[in-house]
Design a protein around this ligand. Structure first.
Ligand code: KIV
Length: 280
């Protein structure tokens, strides 16, 4: 049962997340909707309104289907459904790459229209100026290095990072650039385990791994993947903790059968003139 929300509950701050470097692992899950935020809020430190919402809920083939308006609408729902977790919202592709001015304007819209604690954007050295400008504008930033889903088309697929010496060096440059630009933490996605662990030891801000290493300072998964709700491809690195696809499909099957044989609605699901109840 989800807890009642209270406007006075203090959220976990970005500073508290930064202070978890090397400490108790940071727990992060994605959330895109009010009910899921309500259910997850008491269990996690961070709720990420990821641009994966474009694929998971809207059926796009890649995260490039996400727009600023989409992220803001889902961010508002997650803020309404949570009171405790630190909420981070993804900046979608096309809203920050061009310039620091564009990045600050997009980040400002996300924060002003949702009230979230921070934004996340993909990239390393290439977006360091954008991260620094957003942080200078007073908006906390989470970085995202390694496999970057927004680059899936230009990269020709979801490719694991850190397999060559050259790429490992680039990952370290990215991690350092994100740290020095002022990010409070960084997601490391789809990266060879020991490389993600080495980066975690190398930088002073917490790393949050996904398909990376158990030695990262925290972990994140796409909630729909880990509760078995994702209908398309689930990445190999996901551990499935529940099988909600079967639960939903089974419920729909039972309902359909009962409607067809007229056992639903039963006596408890209809109103009679004498039942004395006015409310549905
Ligand atoms: O969009 C997303 O859900 C993400 C996580 C996979 C880290 O960026």
């Amino acid at each position: 049962m989800a807890p009642e929300l209270s406007a006075t509950d203090a959220r976990i701050s970005v500073d508290a997340i930064r202070d978890r470097k090397g400490g108790v692992p940071i727990v992060c899950l994605t959330a895109y909707t009010y009910p899921i935020a309500r259910l997850l809020d008491e269990h996690v430190d961070l709720l990420l309104v990821g641009d994966s919402v474009a694929m998971v809920l809207h059926g796009y083939k890649t995260t490039l289907g996400a727009s600023l308006e989409m992220m803001i609408a889902h961010g508002q729902a997650v803020m309404r459904g949570s009171a405790r977790a630190c909420v981070v919202i993804d900046m979608p592709a096309g809203t920050y790459e061009d310039s620091a001015t564009q990045a600050v304007a997009s980040a400002r819209r996300i924060v002003d229209e949702t009230g979230c604690q921070a934004v996340k954007l993909e990239g390393g050295v290439d977006v360091a100026a954008q991260i620094a400008a957003i942080v200078a504008a007073g908006i906390p930033v989470m970085g995202h290095i390694g496999l970057q889903p927004q680059s899936v088309e230009s990269e020709g697929g979801y490719k694991i990072k850190g397999r060559t010496e050259e790429n490992v060096a680039a990952l370290f440059r990215d991690a350092t650039a994100v740290e020095q630009a002022g990010a409070f933490s960084v997601v490391i996605e789809g990266t060879v385990e020991n490389v993600a662990a080495d980066i975690t030891r190398h930088i002073s801000i917490p790393t949050v791994g996904i398909g990376a290493s158990g030695d990262c300072d925290g972990q994140v998964l796409v909630t729909d993947d880990m509760i078995g709700l994702t209908v398309d491809r689930v990445p190999k690195f996901v551990k499935q903790y529940a099988d909600l696809r079967s639960v939903i499909s089974g419920a729909a099957k039972d309902y359909a059968a009962e409607v067809r044989d007229r056992t639903f609605p039963g006596p408890g699901h209809v109103f009679t003139a004498t039942s004395g109840k006015d409310k549905a």
